[in-house]
Design a protein around this ligand. Structure first.
Ligand SMILES: O=C(O)c1ccccc1NCC(=O)[C@H](O)[C@H](O)COP(=O)(O)O
Length: 211
């Protein structure tokens, strides 16, 4: 059973690259903001940009840095501007434990994934982010996966990701009752450029699904 038994589903908006998009996400009620630090992404930031963007995030909104199999030294440099680290590659549990911030582990939903085993292996994770599996693409795929594959009881808070948008997130929340939902492409006009109306609509659907 999840260690968190009764809660409001949180919202993380991922892949922010612009100050105005941060402001729109905060105004809409986002609980967490994701900053992609992997240079292979069209949403990637460098350290200087991360520092500038995170400086405008108000208290009680979680700043999440996203990494894909990157060096501990680079992650360490970024951590000064972060509240939480999201490991989105093939990092082993021991590598994740090198973080000096709390961390979550993203798991791509391959056919053969054993989520109970992963929850055990990544025992120190503060949550497991479940994302669609697309060969060669570590994340931000814009694709959903079969939510029925998520066990009702998992020993970690579930952060549901992959192809969510305002049209399907309500159903996802009612079906999975995740600890949090995570969206990137579903609230964008173009890669890395968020749409304030889509952000508002997304957050609203999450709230409505829990009334
Ligand atoms: O967003 C990216 O470009 C990205 C690149 C490499 C690894 C992860 C990436 N994003 C991770 C996220 O947290 C996304 O929000 C998540 O994969 C869902 O994306 P989407 O399907 O577009 O909502």
């Amino acid at each position: 059973m999840s260690p968190v038994s009764s809660y409001r589903t949180r919202v993380k908006i991922c892949g922010l690259t612009r100050a105005e998009d941060i402001d729109a996400a905060v105004a809409a009620g986002a609980d967490a903001l994701g900053f992609v630090m992997w240079p292979g992404s069209p949403r990637a930031l460098d350290l200087e940009r991360l520092a500038a963007l995170t400086a405008r995030v108000p208290a009680f909104v979680t700043r999440v840095g996203l990494f894909v199999d990157q060096s501990p030294a680079f992650i360490r440099a970024c951590e000064a501007h972060l509240d939480l680290v999201q490991f989105h590659g093939d990092e082993a549990p021991a590598e994740c434990c090198e973080a000096t911030r709390p961390w979550v582990k993203a798991l791509r939903m391959r056919d053969d994934i054993d989520l109970a085993r992963a929850a055990h292996d990544y025992a120190a994770a503060r949550g497991l982010l479940l994302d669609a599996y697309k060969p060669g693409v570590p994340g931000g795929t814009g694709e959903t996966f079969d939510w029925g594959r998520i066990p009702a009881s998992l020993e970690k808070p579930v952060i549901l990701a992959g192809g969510l948008d305002a049209s399907n997130v309500g159903e996802a929340v009612r079906m999975v009752h995740p600890y949090a939902v995570d969206v990137s492409g579903g609230v964008e006009q173009a890669k890395g450029i968020k749409d304030p109306d889509k952000i508002r609509a997304f957050v609203r659907q999450v709230f409505l699904a829990q009334e």
